[in-house]
Design a protein around this ligand. Structure first.
Ligand code: ADP
Ligand code: ASP
Ligand code: MG
Length: 409
């Protein structure tokens, strides 16, 4: 007998009918003779609605209380799905994150999983029950309830699959797999049959919201066989695995994008050995996440540094820079919002020089100005005007020949 972890996202459990349908898919797996652990998200847009509710109480709600509130969403789904399974004649039991033994760091809002005590789940599996676990939550050493960051139910599922040494982890969602780019934006996007862990990690980190980046990290570190597939359509999904076959080894496998990016430029910094480290240490100490960094030498004694941040962090960033003006000793600060990051990803880039050049060429021919660039062995990211983001994605998707048959959502 095998062990399968299945995860169903918000849309897939968005109504009573959908939960009943999910129950049938769980039962199918059970009837195949497998032990089944099911991870579910909150129904539909519940988490967004809970966030909005909290904002009515406080502009900056207590992070502890926020976690207490948001975790209720998943608690509704686990109990309803378990009831449905029991009603259909199967033994099932629901567990919240702490009941499932998921222990996290002692922080709220974006905690990492540190350990999973699997005894309680294992015992239920041994007794033949289907175990239904609340996604996106755990508990801290102090016994507080924590959450794993938005979209974190994927991570719950993969982490459980790793801890339980499951044979497979299936992520059921509202698209039929991982596409060459977000099919909601580009109708020519094509489903990929397989993607390597490294490519998927880049895609997820660069904005492809189909998988939570930490879920991919877990899958890679523990070699969990992972598949993204549709909860409605019955077709093969996308396998995320160590190696992908040669014939599919396109130079560029996908285009990812992210909006609401701001470029901050700190002008006239003293041209000293420690200038750079002081500015970025100060930002890091204040929990400002900096992405792309560009330093340009201007005159003999001063230098300018630009970096990109999420636009939501702009107010905090400006405050940190202002509060530390004396220490950093700069002459001025400029910020440009309304930007987006557009990236191409593919392991084939390692052995194909000139991919970045081709990307810049395509963007230039389409009158899209590149404002910042960052590269790794398997990706090139550019910052462009947000108004041109979708155009940039579409033209790159076409230029790197990613289009295929149109697939309806
Ligand atoms: P769930 O609620 O099931 O976790 P998500 O909304 O988190 O679902 O993720 C699925 C969504 O990810 C899709 O509806 C799609 O719009 C988006 N997405 C972004 N990039 C991609 C991509 N490369 N391939 C497939 N879907 C993508
Ligand atoms: N319900 C949470 C969210 O909306 C977690 C998840 O769906 O993965 O972010
Ligand atoms: Mg998701």
């Amino acid at each position: 007998m095998g062990l399968i972890v299945q995860k169903f996202g918000g849309t897939s459990v968005g109504s009573v009918e959908r939960i009943l349908h999910v129950a049938d898919r769980v039962i199918e797996e059970k009837n195949n003779g497998n032990g089944v652990v099911v991870v579910v998200s909150a129904m539909g847009k519940t988490t967004d609605e809970l966030v909005a509710l909290a904002k009515e109480m406080s502009a900056q709600p207590s992070k502890r209380e926020m976690d207490m509130l948001l975790t209720t969403g998943e608690q509704v789904t686990i109990s309803l799905l378990s009831m449905a399974l029991i009603e259909k004649g199967y033994e099932a039991i629901s567990f919240t994150g702490w009941q499932a033994g998921i222990q996290t760091e002692s922080i709220h809002g974006n905690a990492r999983i540190l350990n999973i005590e699997t005894d309680r789940i294992q015992q239920q599996l041994n007794e033949g029950r289907i175990v239904v676990v609340a996604g996106f939550q755990g508990s801290t050493e102090e016994g507080a309830i924590s959450t794993l960051g938005r979209g974190g139910s994927d991570t719950t599922a993969v982490a459980l699959a790793a801890a339980l040494k499951a044979d497979k982890c299936d992520i059921y969602t509202d698209v039929t797999g991982v596409y060459t780019t977000d099919p909601r934006y580009v109708k020519e996007a094509r489903k990929l049959l397989s993607v390597s862990y490294d490519e998927m990690l880049e895609l997820a980190n660069l904005g492809a919201g189909v998988l939570h980046p930490r879920a991919v990290e877990f899958a890679k570190n523990y070699q969990v066989p992972l598949e993204v597939r549709s909860s409605i359509q019955r077709e093969e999904g996308t396998r995320i695995e160590e190696e992908v076959s040669m014939e599919q080894n396109l130079v560029v496998r996908g285009v990812a994008f992210e909006n609401e990016i701001t470029r901050v430029s700190v002008l006239g910094l003293p041209n000293s050995l420690t200038g750079l480290s002081t500015i970025f240490t100060t930002l890091a100490k204040n929990h400002i996440n900096v992405d792309i960094i560009i330093q340009s030498m201007t005159q003999e004694h001063t230098t300018n540094v630009s970096f990109s941040i999420k636009s939501g962090d702009l107010t905090d960033t400006m405050k940190v820079l202002e509060d530390n003006k004396q220490l950093l000793n700069y002459q001025g600060v400029e910020a440009e919002s309304g930007l987006a990051k557009v990236s191409i990803v593919g392991s084939g880039m390692i052995s194909n020089p000139g991919v970045a050049a081709e990307m810049f060429d395509v963007l230039a021919k389409n009158q899209i100005q590149v404002k910042m660039v960052s590269t790794s062995e398997i990706k090139v990211s550019t910052v462009v005007e947000e108004a041109k983001m979708v155009q940039a994605v579409e033209t790159l998707h076409e230029a790197f020949e990613l289009a295929g048959t149109t697939i309806k959502l």
